[in-house]
Design a protein around this ligand. Structure first.
Ligand code: APR
Ligand code: ZN
Ligand code: ZN
Length: 362
């Protein structure tokens, strides 16, 4: 039987979000209905609301979530009702060229639910944010989007791995391949940059240099694991990073702002053989200009990191276990827990500088 539950809808471009009754169908083959317990508020939800992703309104927002599987459709064997899961927005197919070549994080045939959730009032089909739509009491996803993890983890914490925190940790441990003894610089210490700091610490980096223009962010970055901080408002970060790394530059520089000027800083602040990881998301009109000779004259690599190059089935359970063992502080990323009714306000607070993550708890 289809069910009616409450969900947060973005009805049209730049319109405030509102709570509506939505219809969640029974799971079909390969699908699951999940009772959402927590869902973090991510920049991408705001971009959906602003019409910055596409025009497929109305959106059912929310995509950084954990919950309990309520029911599964035919053929689902990896998860069962009662399982505690983190939802992921890249359920890999296992069968495309990328998957077959051992790089499933580049899978271009990822799974989402086939059926649509609808608005109870009009019957209109909803577009779930990143194929998830978890600012709702229940949501319908592809079973492959559910990754089972240890239920001892609090949902508000576990859900964060579904997007921003995974993006940051993965930028360090997967894309940047940070290793023991490395020097790492992280430019931009919001939720994503701080997660990259946590990931670098986990990977055994020796120096972790946090760069931001806001001293409050640097204080938090230090509490998460930065060994040095640089306020790039008053100091040239490239010079500062070189100085802190014996004149060489950092082995890995992670750009977590998404702007040409900070990317340039990252480019010049790395060691000649170092790696630059771009995890900040630029806007379409942004351009980067670099002397080609500088690209030629430096070795190393320039990479971008999408969803932290994560493989949910591998990374989510591991990171949850490290958290439960006290080796990864995920609680530091939860600034506040709020109700479904507070999502609009959480968007407003997003750019105030005090919030790493607001998490809706149901
Ligand atoms: N130099 C250094 N830091 C900067 C600069 C700059 N020029 N401009 C902004 N920052 C800092 C801000 O002070 C803030 O601490 O970058 C941080 C950005 O953090 P948030 O706005 O909280 O964003 P976050 O959620 O961390 O995401 C960062 O990654 O996944 C992407 O879409 C996301 O592009 C965004 C980026
Ligand atoms: Zn694939
Ligand atoms: Zn997100």
């Amino acid at each position: 039987m289809a069910q009616e539950v409450r969900g947060v809808i973005a009805p049209g471009k730049n319109e405030p979000v509102r709570i509506e009754t939505i219809v969640v169908p029974d799971p079909g083959p390969g699908e699951a209905v999940v009772k959402v317990q927590a869902c973090g508020v991510c920049h991408t939800d705001l971009h959906y609301k602003q019409g910055g992703i596409n025009d497929d309104f109305p959106f059912l927002l929310g995509h950084e979530a954990a919950g309990v599987v309520e029911s599964v459709g035919a053929g689902v064997t990896d998860v069962a009702p009662g399982d505690f899961v983190i939802l992921n927005w890249r359920a890999v197919c296992g069968n495309c060229r990328a998957c077959r070549r051992g790089r499933p994080w580049y899978c271009f045939s990822t799974h989402n639910a086939t059926q649509k959730m609808t608005l109870a009032s009009t019957g209109q089909e909803l577009s779930p944010a990143l194929g998830i739509g978890a600012f709702a009491e229940k949501t319908l996803v592809a079973a492959g989007q559910c990754t089972k993890v240890d239920p001892a983890a609090a949902p508000a914490v576990a859900g964060l791995l579904g997007c921003g925190v995974m993006a940051g940790i993965g930028a360090a441990i997967n894309t940047g391949n940070v290793g023991r003894g490395d020097s790492v610089a992280v430019i931009g210490c919001g939720g994503v940059g701080d997660a990259a700091i946590a990931g670098s610490r986990l990977a055994g980096a020796e120096k972790i240099i946090a760069v931001d223009i806001d001293d409050r962010k640097l204080t938090t970055a230090k509490s998460i694991g930065a060994t040095h901080t640089v306020n790039s408002k008053d100091t040239d970060p490239v010079e500062a990073i070189r100085e802190l790394t014996g004149g060489f530059g950092a082995d890995v520089v992670i750009e977590a702002v998404g702007r040409p000027e900070t990317y340039k800083q990252a480019f010049y602040a790395r060691d000649l053989a170092g790696t630059v990881v771009l995890v900040g998301v630029p806007t379409p009109e942004m351009k980067l200009e670099l002397p080609l000779l500088d690209v030629f004259g430096r070795g190393g690599s320039l990479k971008s990191s999408w969803y932290g190059d994560c493989l949910p089935s591998r990374d989510f359970p591991m990171l949850i276990n490290l958290y439960l063992q006290g080796r990864l502080d995920l609680e530091a990323f939860v600034t506040e827990t709020i109700g479904l009714d507070d999502v609009e306000k959480a968007f407003e607070r997003m750019h105030g500088g005090d919030v790493l993550r607001s998490v809706v708890v149901l």
